[in-house]
Design a protein around this ligand. Structure first.
Ligand code: MRU
Length: 354
């Protein structure tokens, strides 16, 4: 197991390339992958070397720049046409997290609106990707601080359950749900985290538990099926999760299994918070029924490590996300504050400028 890594920044621009922490190798190995071509960035997003909604948005923004850098024309129209091909390849990596599409749209808008030679457009694209990266860290810190204020005031020290990994690894740094946890820890409001292991890819066990250990935050790992039992025993005071896409009515897509946690929380009167930046809200969707749900390779469920865990002849279904209905959500915590799902559109739609 690894020794302490002080700060976790999963996507970093260095000189002329992007450095990604390989999240498929944690917690046993801390490997940094260098990305210099947009095709490699697309592959890294698809294979989940980089994952988590805001992190793949930041990665895709750099991907657009890497693609732009390689375009060999000084003709503006040809450049923009080829940039669209790059953007499309990046869009096709993962369908659910809207941050990916938001970041690509922002990069393309920058390219279209920048006046000047192609070389200047390229430089402006790099600056925009860096800005998206830097903004995300600040956004997560604001989410964390608003989240602490939204948490139950009693008891003083809370036991918070989370699902999947919505931490520094899933963002540019600090995290959304784990951002709330970090701020609560800083303010003396946290007793411990309960981390669902998060089948099938085990982001809770492999990533959330690792992040907590890095920071000395007490963490208890449970398997997904244990969450309701822990709530019944009075072990959990609040649930805080991230999101990949939130519809205008507050329905929120997050890692598969989140919906079951929300139902259990409702049944046990445990407040259920979704922490996410404004860029995760898709106001074009009136409710969660239109959110595209990624289906991944069934090998993720029929194999553990190198071992097949069920007999041949079994069929599989492997949706990577589910949608928690707004009525199960106590509040959605954004960088602008915490809102009841019904307040999202009136309060935040105007603020969302791509
Ligand atoms: O499939 P993943 O690991 O990319 O899924 C990640 C999640 O579901 C996170 O909870 C979500 O992206 C929020 S990250 C701040």
């Amino acid at each position: 197991m690894l020794s302490t890594v002080a700060q976790v920044y999963p996507v970093v621009w260095q000189e002329d390339r992007v450095l990604l922490i390989d999240q498929t190798r944690l917690p046993n190995e801390y490997i940094v992958v260098e990305i210099s071509r947009y095709e490699d960035m697309a592959r890294a997003i698809k294979t989940m070397i980089v994952r988590g909604a805001p992190a793949i948005g930041v990665a895709a923004a750099y991907g657009v720049y890497l693609g732009a850098r390689a375009i060999q024309t000084s003709d503006r129209d040809q450049f923009l046409a080829q940039l669209e091909t790059v953007a499309q390849e990046l869009r096709e990596t993962r369908p659910t997290a809207v941050n990916l599409f938001w970041a690509i749209a922002r990069m393309l808008k920058t390219a279209r609106q920048t006046i000047g030679p192609v070389e200047y457009l390229k430089e402006t694209l790099l600056q925009t990707a860096k800005q998206i990266n830097a903004d995300d860290i600040q956004t997560c810190q604001a989410i964390g601080d608003h989240g602490v204020k939204a948490l139950p005031t009693s008891p003083e020290k809370l036991r918070i359950l989370t699902h999947c990994n919505a931490g520094a690894l899933a963002t540019a740094g600090y995290g959304t749900a784990l951002g709330v946890v970090r701020s609560a820890w800083r303010d003396g409001r946290l007793e411990r985290v309960y981390a669902d292991e998060t089948r099938p890819r085990l982001q809770g066990a492999k990533l959330t538990a690792w992040e907590c250990v890095q920071e000395g935050i007490p963490v208890t790992l449970i398997s997904d099926g244990m969450a309701a039992h822990c709530m019944k025993q009075g072990l959990i005071h609040a649930v805080v999760v991230g999101a990949d896409r939130i519809a205008a009515n507050g329905d929120a897509a997050n890692k598969i299994g989140t919906y079951s946690v929300a139902i259990a929380a409702k049944a046990h009167n445990v407040p259920f918070f979704v922490a996410a930046p404004l860029s995760t809200i898709d106001f074009s969707l009136s409710d969660g029924s239109g959110i595209p749900i990624e289906e991944r390779d069934p090998v993720e469920i029929y194999q553990v490590g190198d071992t097949r865990i069920c007999s041949p002849g079994v069929e599989f279904y492997n949706p990577a996300f589910d949608v928690t209905p707004a009525e199960l959500i106590t509040a959605i915590v954004t960088e602008f504050g915490a809102f009841a799902p019904s307040e999202l559109k009136p309060q935040l739609h105007e603020k969302q400028a791509v």
